[in-house]
Design a protein around this ligand. Structure first.
Ligand code: IPE
Ligand code: IPE
Ligand code: MG
Length: 254
């Protein structure tokens, strides 16, 4: 466990909490290597952080949680590591299904899932269908996801709608474009967290993070517990989001 005893004592005000949190869960490999273990052990240990983060989101009434589980570039990793990540994903979907239902969690997977083994694709689709009506938390797992891929697939969708006569090119604006991306009907992330100490976006939600508050922590993902998550929420609560306006305008409520 990490964190100070005093974290958690500052009350978080509902209006200052993010509706959508997106997380690059990074640092599993280094966590394991620091213990003299194989990288696999870090990925397994990271599952507990996923669980505690989901619980904290429910507790704080965060409506959408998007977790970066596998990037479109992660195929470059050794075959055995890719295979283990797939196995962990299938096992988690299977094991957590009941808990998702009892906690009213709606699962969505964003990314190019056509590249995954058939068994995993089927499991993803059946879990999405079975949890579709759940409304407490939308849990989005970004798997074989790339921000550039998302923008390209949106452009492709719009181009084919235009070709079919369903859309006029001049009607494409930011709203229409956003709806064609994979998180179409959900708000953009308010808080964008990266664990593991690196300060980069790694092709995560490029379109959607235009005005997200970025939070980078050196804490490795398997050590990112409820205390660390709360620390990120507190940091977020202290930010002033200006969206182009001046600080004085925001304070005056203009
Ligand atoms: C993040 O941890 C998990 C995935 C990318 C699947 P890493 O595996 O990237 O861990 P580090 O960055 O090598 O420590
Ligand atoms: C980003 O982490 C992807 C996920 C957490 C799934 P990486 O560890 O793959 O990112 P880079 O390669 O260090 O940028
Ligand atoms: Mg990494």
């Amino acid at each position: 466990m990490s964190g100070d005893a005093d974290v958690g004592e500052i009350p978080l005000v509902a209006g200052q909490l993010p509706a959508h949190v997106a997380i690059i869960m990074d640092g599993n490999g280094r966590w394991a290597e620091a213990r003299g273990q194989a990288r696999h052990a870090g990925h397994k240990a990271g599952v507990a952080s996923v669980r505690s983060t989901i619980e904290e989101c429910i507790r704080h009434e965060v409506r959408v949680l998007t977790l970066f589980a596998f990037s479109s570039e992660n195929w470059r990793r050794p075959k055995s590591e890719v295979a283990l990540l797939m196995d962990l994903f299938v096992a988690a979907l299977q094991r957590e299904f009941k808990r998702m239902q009892s906690n009213h969690i709606q699962l969505r997977v964003i990314g190019d899932i056509g590249a995954f083994p058939e068994k995993l694709q089927k499991r993803i689709r059946s879990t999405e269908n079975a949890t579709r009506a759940n409304e407490r938390l939308v849990l989005q797992i970004a798997a074989n996801y790339g921000g550039r891929w998302d923008i390209v697939q949106a452009a492709r969708r719009l181009a084919s709608a235009a070709r079919n006569g369903d859309l006029r090119p001049e009607d494409i604006d930011e709203k229409v474009f956003a709806r064609a991306t994979s998180i179409s009907d959900l708000p953009d992330p308010d808080l964008f967290i990266r664990t593991g100490g690196d300060h980069r976006i790694s092709n995560f939600l490029l379109w959607h993070s235009a005005y997200s508050e970025l939070y980078f922590t050196p804490v490795l993902w398997p050590d990112f517990d409820a205390v660390e998550f709360r620390r990120a929420l507190e940091d977020y609560a202290g930010r002033q989001r200006r969206f182009g306006r001046t600080g004085a305008q925001v304070e005056a409520g203009d």
